[in-house]
Design a binder for this molecule. Structure first.
Ligand code: ASP
Ligand code: MG
Length: 405
């Protein structure tokens, strides 16, 4: 008898029909001779609505109360799923995060899991129940309800799978798995059969919003093998696990496009020690995340520093840098919209030379100008014009042979 943890996201439980569909799938899994724990999200749209509601009552809602409110979304789903299972004649019981033994720190609305004591989960399973657990939530040691940050049900599922030592962990969502590129961007993108944690992390960070990045980090740390698959069909999904020798044979796993970028440039910066530190300390103090950074070769003791940020933070970044520009005697600071970040990801890059050359050649042949470049061990990113993003992604996807046969 295997112990299987299944996670169903918001769209998979988005209405009563879909909840009944999930109930049937969960029951079938149990009837195949397994113990089943189902971790569920709030019905799609519910969390957003709760946040909206809170803001209508108070512009800056208290975070402790925010967590009390947000946790109700998942609590609704667990009860409804249990009822749907009862309707099918199954034995099922629901647990809130706290009841399931999920203990977190006290950072409201983005708490971290400290430990899980799943005694009740095991007791209910041993008594023959399907156990349904509310994702996204936990409790502090002193009994305050907490939530784990947006998309946090993924983290709940992975952490519970680790805590109960599940044999299988399945993340059910509204897509079939992880693709070599977003099929809306690259129509012949193909489903990836197996991907390493590190590649999955890069893909998640690059905006392939299949899973919350934190949950992948957690899975890597605790070696939880999991599968991303669809709750609307029975197609096999994508297995995410530690890298194997075979995975390195593939040079590039996927191509990602991030259209949500803007560039900030400080021009005419005196080229002397301490300036970059001042600039990026200012940005960090404003709580703005930076991505790609480029500093030009200096001419006559002056240089340009450019970096990218999420588009919605560009104006703020330029604004907080105004005083710094004055202070260090730079010429000006400006932000530019209309750019995209195009990245290729693959652990095979470590053992296959020439990936960057091939990527840049492909872009050149497609007539795409490269504005900035950044690399890591398993990723190469270029900043290009937003208008070129689609054709560039397709060209690179083709060049590395990632499309469906
Ligand atoms: N309901 C939460 C959210 O919308 C958690 C989740 O769905 O994973 O962010
Ligand atoms: Mg979700």
């Amino acid at each position: 008898m295997a112990l299987i943890v299944q996670k169903y996201g918001g769209t998979s439980v988005g209405n009563p029909e879909r909840i009944k569909n999930v109930a049937r799938r969960v029951l079938e899994t149990q009837q195949a001779g397994n113990q089943v724990v189902a971790v569920v999200s709030a019905m799609s749209g519910v969390t957003d609505n709760l946040i909206k509601l809170a803001k209508e009552v108070h512009p800056e809602p208290n975070e402790r109360e925010m967590d009390v409110l947000l946790a109700t979304g998942e609590q609704t789903t667990i009860a409804l799923l249990a009822m749907a299972l009862h309707g099918l004649g199954a034995q099922a019981a629901s647990l809130t995060g706290a009841q399931a033994g999920i203990v977190t720190d006290g950072i409201h609305t983005k708490a971290k899991i400290a430990n899980i004591t799943p005694k009740k989960v095991h007791d209910l399973l041993d008594a023959g129940n399907i156990v349904i657990i509310a994702g996204f939530q936990g409790e502090t040691p002193d009994g305050r309800i907490t939530t784990l940050g947006r998309g946090g049900s993924d983290l709940s599922a992975i952490a519970i799978a680790a805590a109960v030592k599940a044999d299988v962990c399945q993340i059910y969502t509204d897509v079939d798995g992880v693709y070599t590129a977003d099929p809306r961007v690259v129509p012949n993108a193909s489903k990836i059969h197996e991907i390493s944690y590190d590649e999955m992390l890069e893909m998640a960070a690059l905006g392939s919003k299949v899973m919350q990045a934190r949950s992948v980090e957690f899975a890597k740390k605790f070696k939880v093998v999991f599968e991303v698959r669809s709750s609307f069909n029975n197609n096999p999904g994508t297995i995410v696990k530690e890298e194997t020798q075979k995975m390195e044979d593939v040079v590039i796993r996927g191509v990602a496009v991030d259209k949500n970028q803007a560039k900030v440039t400080i021009a005419g910066v005196p080229d002397k020690p301490g300036i970059a530190a001042k600039v990026f300390k200012t940005i960090a103090d404003a709580n703005i995340n930076i991505d790609v950074i480029v500093q030009n070769v200096s001419e006559k003791g002056l240089t340009d520093i450019s970096f990218t940020v999420a588009s919605n933070e560009a104006a703020k970044a330029a604004k907080v840098l105004q005083p710094v520009v004055k202070e260090v005697g730079a010429r000006d600071v400006k932000s530019t919209e209309g750019i995209a970040k195009l990245s290729v990801v693959g652990i095979g890059m470590r053992s296959h030379p020439g990936v960057a050359a091939k990527m840049f050649e492909t872009l050149a042949s497609a007539g795409v100008n490269i504005d900035m470049i950044s690399t890591s061990e398993i990723k190469i990113s270029v900043i290009i014009s937003l208008a070129d993003a689609l054709k560039a992604a397709q060209a690179i996807h083709d060049a590395f042979g990632l499309g469906k046969a």
